[in-house]
Design a protein around this ligand. Structure first.
Ligand code: ADP
Ligand code: MG
Length: 674
């Protein structure tokens, strides 16, 4: 059903909804709240606590003031409660507030309280009469993820209308729902949007998570069945040149790399098509193993493709392979295909691919677009695979004549979960780091440590090394606290000597610009790179030895571990500085886990223990698996249940009707993100 059929949604509003990923009335039902707001009893000013949303009842003691700071318009009000204590309230870019609120008004102010130079300030409070507030108390108000132009109220109204127009279809068989104690779909969807109490939410969420995992597992099983019947159409043998290439890599392959390489060789020369996951912690050297496979394919006269999640990474792989080919004087043509190329460049590359002139093709999602036709695709490698969907894996599968597939991942997940998540794949594990790596030296410190850190970075740069500084946000915003890349880079450049070049990188930049900056950093034209987490995935600049993370408390430990993996990639001692910007002790405690271990798997499981699996709105454990609502670590039990349910159905151990079966095996794969 079209969005425009809802009251209050015209063409313009429809576009705004589209930007949030909502294209139909059906989509609204699964546009889940990010969290719920509950309105608590107002407190006295002397009982307020910092860094928390709270409500106070008070009187405005003078007319509001309006001032400008840079591009910001700031309205301020002074409020006094019944005991005579005062607090300041501020609103940003909302000058109309000055005409709405006046001296003498007695209201309830609800907002985020923070400390500013020793006194408390209440940020952008919403105001209510006592009656209004009384009504809100005790309700759980859904808070939706928003994009600019979209307000919570717009979503709320649309969702309410959607419920009155649609009745969602039940896709989990009754017997399964009974056995695993799952709510029906209608109730679950209703309660995820409008829970009366916490328990409603938990019951609803469990059902929806289950369904998400359930569908995912069914898709995997279908893939697996396809794999099992497919005969190997590309029987590949190790070419003569390969031994020479391996001997001249400039390093000795580790035992784990050798073992993995042997497993791959065995697969691709066998009767069956290879579908293999290469799991190895950051820095374990997965790339070279993939590259050996690609060279083997090319030397056998067929085509191999490698997909990376970002352009920066694709370019890096391309350059590495190109260099290796020319160093070894191989008769192989590499090509690159990425989104930022001009239409003409793309067309030319596509011709090379279609004619078979290009032997090894590196790229991003662009590689699986419809207009890309392959001549004889025999191998597809996806680097950091979790960022690609099962659906995409299928698409690429269809591009060739049953090509071999290899997926590489650094995501540390327990074996029991890996078996489910990668149910359609065989697994090789690279569980050894290249020799000669010095363990990274870590520290977790407060913001007062910054001057020392800057001095340290300066010294490292003088020794010829480079540094990353990671900030959580791109640019200044009142709504989100924390350091931002743009201002930070400016600040840092001012502190460091002018011959040290500081520059920045973030995800909102154009792909071309990102590539340029990353290349400049790789060539040491930039010594200090201030960046968001766009560098998290796989980038390799072995000369970088310092990773400083601002507001480290904002990141999941698994993510911080990935970031840490950007350094320690060469022979030099590397350092990681995690800045706890919150000053809170429990945040420091959590970050200390990173000190205890360099083992990604250990870190992820400790993080989970510390926070407990109930922490649904906290940092995502495994942001890599982009399920809409489920989280494989936090919801591990539900994931196992869902796998069990699929087993029961496949083994016909539950009775389900034909109609129910048809619904299960006819899932819409577009909605499965993995
Ligand atoms: P990841 O597994 O995180 O993708 P990479 O493949 O990017 O790691 O490898 C990290 C770095 O280690 C690269 O600079 C690579 O050239 C180097 N490397 C890979 N294997 C070895 C090895 N056996 N000995 C020494 N260095 C290696
Ligand atoms: Mg990698």
């Amino acid at each position: 059903m079209k969005l425009k059929e809802l009251n209050g949604i015209g063409e313009k509003t429809e576009k705004i909804f589209n930007r949030a990923g909502i294209y139909s009335v059906e989509d609204l039902l699964t546009y889940y709240p990010r969290y719920y707001d509950t309105y608590e009893q107002p407190v006295l000013i002397r009982n307020l606590e910092a860094d928390k949303t709270q409500a106070v009842r008070g009187k405005i003691v003078r007319e509001l003031s309006l001032r400008r700071v840079r591009k910001l318009q700031i309205v301020e009000a002074y409020i006094r409660d019944e005991e005579g204590n005062g607090i300041k309230a501020v609103w940003f870019n909302a000058p109309y507030i000055k005409n709405v609120l006046h001296h003498g008004d007695i209201l309830i102010f609800r907002g985020y309280v923070h400390e500013n130079r020793g006194t408390y300030v209440i940020d952008q409070p919403k105001t209510f009469s006592s009656d209004q507030y009384q009504k809100k108390m005790g309700e759980m108000q859904p808070v939706y993820p928003l994009v600019s132009g979209l307000t919570n109220n717009m979503v709320l109204k649309a969702v309410k209308q959607a419920f009155s127009l649609l009745s969602p279809k039940e896709k989990i068989p009754l017997e399964i729902r009974k056995k695993f104690n799952l709510q029906d779909i209608e109730g679950a969807l209703h309660n995820i949007h409008f829970p009366k109490e916490n328990n409603d939410f938990h019951i609803a969420r469990k059902r929806l998570v289950f369904e998400e995992f359930f569908r995912f597992i069914i898709t995997l099983r279908e893939l697996k069945q396809q794999n099992e019947i497919a005969r190997n159409q590309h029987i590949l043998h190790e070419p003569e040149e390969l031994k020479r290439i391996i001997a001249h890599l400039g390093f000795q392959l580790t035992n784990a790399q050798m073992r993995t390489w042997e497993e791959i060789k065995k697969d691709i020369s066998s009767e069956k098509v290879m579908n293999r996951l290469i799991q190895g912690d950051v820095g374990s050297g997965k790339t070279i193993v993939a590259v050996l496979a690609l060279l083997t394919v090319a030397l056998n006269g067929e085509q191999g493709a490698m997909m990376a999640p970002t352009e920066v990474l694709a370019r890096q792989h391309f350059e590495y392979i190109t260099e290796l080919i020319s160093k070894n004087e191989l008769n192989i043509t590499p090509a690159i295909l990425v989104g930022s190329m001009t239409a003409r460049e793309k067309r030319e590359t596509c011709e090379l691919i279609a004619s078979g002139k290009a032997d090894i093709i590196i790229g991003t999602h662009a590689l699986i677009q419809e207009n890309v036709l392959y001549h004889n695709l025999a191998l597809v490698v996806t680097d950091e695979q979790h960022r690609f969907g099962v659906k995409q894996r299928e698409t690429i599968f269809e591009k060739g004549n049953y090509p071999h597939t290899m997926v590489m991942s650094a995501t540390p997940i327990p074996r029991t979960l890996a078996i489910i998540m990668y149910g359609d794949l065989d697994i090789s594990i690279i569980d050894e780091l290249p020799s000669g790596r010095k363990p990274i030296a870590n520290c977790v410190v407060g913001t007062e440590y910054r001057p020392k850190a800057y001095h340290f970075i300066e010294k490292q740069v003088q020794e010829g090394r480079q540094a990353y500084v990671i900030c959580p946000t791109v640019e200044y915003s009142e709504a989100v606290e924390g350091e931002n890349v743009i201002e930070y880079a400016e600040k840092l450049q001012a502190v460091l000597p002018p011959d040290i070049k500081v520059d920045f990188l973030h995800g909102r930049m154009k792909a071309k610009e990102k590539n340029q900056k990353m290349e400049a950093f790789a060539e040491n034209q930039i010594q200090v790179l201030v960046s968001t987490t766009v560098v998290e995935v796989g980038v390799n600049v072995p000369n970088a030895t310092v990773m400083m993370v601002e507001n480290a408390e904002r990141f999941g430990l698994a993510q911080l571990h990935q970031l840490r993996g950007r350094v320690g990639r060469g022979g030099n001692q590397s350092y990681c500085i995690f800045i706890n910007g919150s000053g809170k002790k429990d945040a420091s405690q959590r970050l200390e886990i990173l000190n205890q271990s360099n083992d990604g798997f250990f870190i992820a499981s400790e993080d989970l223990k510390l926070r407990g699996p109930g922490d649904f709105f906290g940092v995502r454990q495994s942001g890599d698996f982009e399920f809409k609502i489920g989280d494989i670590m936090n919801d591990a039990k539900v994931l196992k249940d869902a796998a069990h349910a699929v087993d029961l159905i496949e083994n016909k151990e539950v009775s389900i009707s034909e109609e129910e079966r048809a619904l299960i095996y006819n899932v819409d794969k577009k909605n499965i993100n993995i």
